[in-house]
Structures are given as C-alpha cells and as structure tokens.
Design a protein around this ligand. Structure first.
Ligand SMILES: [Zn+2]
Ligand SMILES: [Zn+2]
Length: 304
C-alpha cells in the first residue's frame, strides 16, 4: 500500500506571532502517524483547527532553541496528560536538547502519564524509522539549528499488469510486501515477480532558521517539497542574513539549485500582513515558479 503523506502548516510566522500567523510548527502526517517539526507557542490550538489529532503525534523534531520554535512544547505535553495519553513520545533536537527539554517539562504541577525519550542529534545524522529516514544538516544560524529531511524509502514498484497476470488482489500484494512472497495457484510469487522498477520515495525538507546555505541545496537535492526560511523580501535581505535568516528570493535560489518540485516559504516576518505577501511570492516566483507563501492551517498532500 502506498502511504498518504500530508504536510500541514500549523504556524508560519517568525520571531513572534501576528494576528494572522502562529509561531513555527509543521506536521508531516504519514497515514495516521504524525511527525511534528518545531512547536512554537500556541501550536496546540493551531493543531486543533486542522484534521490532525494532537494525540497521534509520535515524534517531535526541534530545529533549535530560539523561543519561537519550542515554547509550545510544555503546554502540548500537559494537554496530552490531561487527555490520558499513555503512548510514548519521542523528542529530537540539536545538542542541549536533553537539558533544555527536561528543564522545560518540570514547569508547573502535573505528573507525566507516558514515557518521553529525548535524543540529541548532530550535523549529518540519519535515523532509520522503518518506512522512512530522517536526516539532519546544520544550517547557518547564530545558534545550532538542524534542518530536517524526511525521506520515504525507495520501494519496488508494483505493476498492475503483473498483478493481473498472477490473479492477485491488493490483499495478496500487501502480504507479498510484508512477507517477501506468497503461495498462490500452486506457485510461489515473489515481490520481484510483480514489480517493474523502483518507486522513488517522497522527500520533504524543512530548514528551520537559516541564511542561504549550500548545506540545504545538498539536503534538498531533488526533493518533492522544500519548506524554507523566507523571513523578508529582498530589500531587507542583508539585515536578515546577518541574523541568520533568508529572503524569499534567496529561498527560491536554493529551491532552483536543489531541483526541488515545490517550494513553500515560511517563517514570514510579522511585519508583513496577509495582503503584503504578494511581494515575497512574486520575488520567489521570478526565480522558481512553483513557490508559495505558506499560510497557517494550509495542507498539502505530497503525491508520487
Ligand atoms: Zn525563528
Ligand atoms: Zn532562530
């Protein structure tokens, strides 16, 4: 079975929230499993306005410890406790995550009702989660910021024609994928018998905060979706770069050089009202056509 992979933008502002945008947070939903990337203050309420269930979040990846990217964590965890969560939760982030998160979770009076595992990641780490891999790269920002790459594993492509040849239904195919082969009509049918090539897994990259960095071109090479820091328009580019951020124009250059399919611009400075974003989008589209300024609660299904 091919998984449904959906990106949900919970918060698309940068530094502080605006009336129209919440602080950074992004969900990647793989079938029913939800991975959360960053969790700015107010994220839990943003999630509640979407079809995503906050109780289904299994892993949280924090890019860095500037307040706009993690201050929603304690609130979400306490809400999970109040809703009787028992499933474990995994939290990943850069160096210092264990100290930062452990201190933060001690705030207030409550008792954890589930296990939390905290793991610190480094530049160029790779974690295998079975159906997908998460890779990191350290970006260009005043404090250590890890960009994350979600990569679905490549799989053998199932041919409809070959399924018919062996009179297989989708349940048979599921069993073959799970077990390697099945016995049917007096013969053993393997995955190779019904596959006609490789289906390349979907790849999604989220930068967190960064000034333009070749490291993102590398990480996002041929990705389906790149979600890039685009704090300002090009007139404020120099200042933004000084603080470790990018302009929409620069994000588009990275998208073009990395040969991605779609670019979403996020971490939009609160100086821009919703009607001002045309400038950012136009500047990006002049360089990379499939550029979109993300809005809060926007959803995007990543097709193969
Ligand atoms: Zn930020
Ligand atoms: Zn930052």
């Amino acid at each position: 079975m091919i998984s449904t992979i959906k990106i949900v933008f919970f918060g698309t502002s940068g530094s502080w929230p605006s009336v129209e945008r919440g602080l950074p947070s992004l969900g990647i939903q793989v079938d029913r499993d939800v991975l959360l990337f960053d969790i700015g203050e107010g994220t839990q309420r943003q999630i509640m306005q979407t079809t995503v269930s906050f109780m289904k979040i299994s892993k949280i990846f924090i890019t860095h410890f500037h307040g706009d990217h993690f201050l929603g964590l304690a609130g979400l965890i306490q809400t999970m406790v109040l809703n009787g969560r028992t499933e474990p939760l995994e939290i990943y982030g850069p160096a210092d995550t264990i100290k930062q998160v452990s201190n933060f979770l001690q705030l207030g009076y409550y008792s954890l009702s589930f296990n939390i595992t905290i793991r610190e990641l480094r530049d160029s780490d790779e974690i295998d989660f079975g159906d997908y891999i998460i890779k990191t790269t350290k970006t260009s920002h005043p404090v250590t910021n890890l960009a994350y790459c979600f990569k679905e594993k490549d799989r053998k492509r199932i041919s409809q024609e070959l399924m018919e040849k062996y009179s297989l239904n989708s349940k048979d195919v599921d069993r073959i994928v799970r077990n390697g082969s099945i016995e049917k009509g007096g013969r053993r049918i393997t995955l190779d018998d019904i596959s006609d090539g490789i289906r390349v897994g979907r790849k999604i990259v989220y930068t967190g905060d960064t000034s333009p960095c070749d490291c993102i071109v590398e990480l996002a090479r041929d990705a389906h979706v790149l979600i890039h820091d685009s704090t300002v328009d090009s007139s404020l580019e120099e200042k933004a770069n000084e603080y470790g951020h990018s302009s929409a124009r620069q994000a588009a250059m990275i998208a073009k050089n990395a040969n991605v399919k779609y670019l979403f611009l996020t971490h939009i400075s609160p100086r821009y009202r919703i009607n001002d974003i045309r400038t950012l989008e136009d500047e990006a589209r002049r360089i990379f056509k499939d550029s979109t300024v993300a809005r809060d609660l926007m959803e995007f299904t990543v097709t193969i």
